[in-house]
Design a protein around this ligand. Sequence first.
Ligand SMILES: [Zn+2]
Length: 392
Amino acid sequence: MAGPWSLTSLFKKITKTTNSCDEDVEQVIKHFQGLGRVYSDDDARERKLSALEGTIQVKYKGVTYNIPVSVLLQEDHPNVPPLVYVKPTSSMKIEESQHVDKNGLVYHPYLHEWNYETSSIKTLLEELCRVFAKQPPVFLLYPHTSPSLGQQQSSSSSQQPQGHVHQIKPDLPICSDFLLGKCKKGSKCSGRHCSLPFHWQYKVSEVDEWKSFCETDNEKLEELYCDVTLEERSESDSVIIWDFFSKGLMHLDEGYDVNFLLDNKVMIVQKDFDVIAQIRRLSTESHVTNPGNPVATVWTWYWKDEHEVWRQYDVDQSGRDLQRSFEEAFLNNKNCFKFRISGHDYVLKFLPPNDMLQENVGYGTTRKVRRRPAEVKSAADILELVLDRYHA
Ligand SMILES: [Zn+2]
């Protein structure tokens, strides 16, 4: 039977464990800034920490990925190990391995050898980052992969027959009249003649010429780019650079990895050596420049909050539409834009464009900012606009 002495020692043990557990969570939040606390929703006065959720950063082949995870603290935590799940987003799929089952449940020796006195969630996550760096637990899905693309591409030119894309002046917009089937200037038109309101290109440093991605890949890249959460994207079986292939620059097959750094506009093709190419996105004029243009590009401005969630800007304290204000300032090559929300002063810094920041003037804290197209306009959308014009 437990006497007073053993009760005291048990109490001491529990207190010690609770403290070290809090400390562990504190350390995890500090080291894994993509993770946040989740509390159980019981009606008790004191909320109980039930999980840590968010993303952990894993470096795979030189590129950093945010892997979504959930660390569930069981009833008897820390006497029993936590349950760790990989939680794929809708654009991801779980890659089953010895460490992850098809439901995303994570297995690791550290969990089996869990000891309430010496084990910690921080060490566990560090171990997982190490194994995931060798074999990522998720892979990204392509929404519309078209394997027939290769054949289509191998015939002569990748450009639309009547189209032209000038090499110079990257800021020159895609000709909206051409998209709507009413540009009469032909090859004399100073605008770019493309089949869609966006046009992705790449330039390998050894070959000083911008080349266009084929149409399917163009749309695919645009889909990636419209997803504000994506910064980097890795592709292992690549159809995406068939155009590259058809130009004979490089023979691509499934053995290559292609990484796209969407903010920095870089493409890295990895095999035995790396080929680095710049990528760029040509565009129709901004909707702010010409709101009446049906094929103008609508841009959305986002900031990343403390929970790693990308949020759209709305209005500032005086009711100004920040989406419009930012866009105007950006197009006018301003370095920054000042605004005020809920009594706080902020400044949006536009430079460098691949690393835009929002700074809280009072506290000096910064948040990442992205400007991405609001939606993908498909070839079908454009066709519909052209037909509408004829029927009008
Ligand atoms: Zn034109």
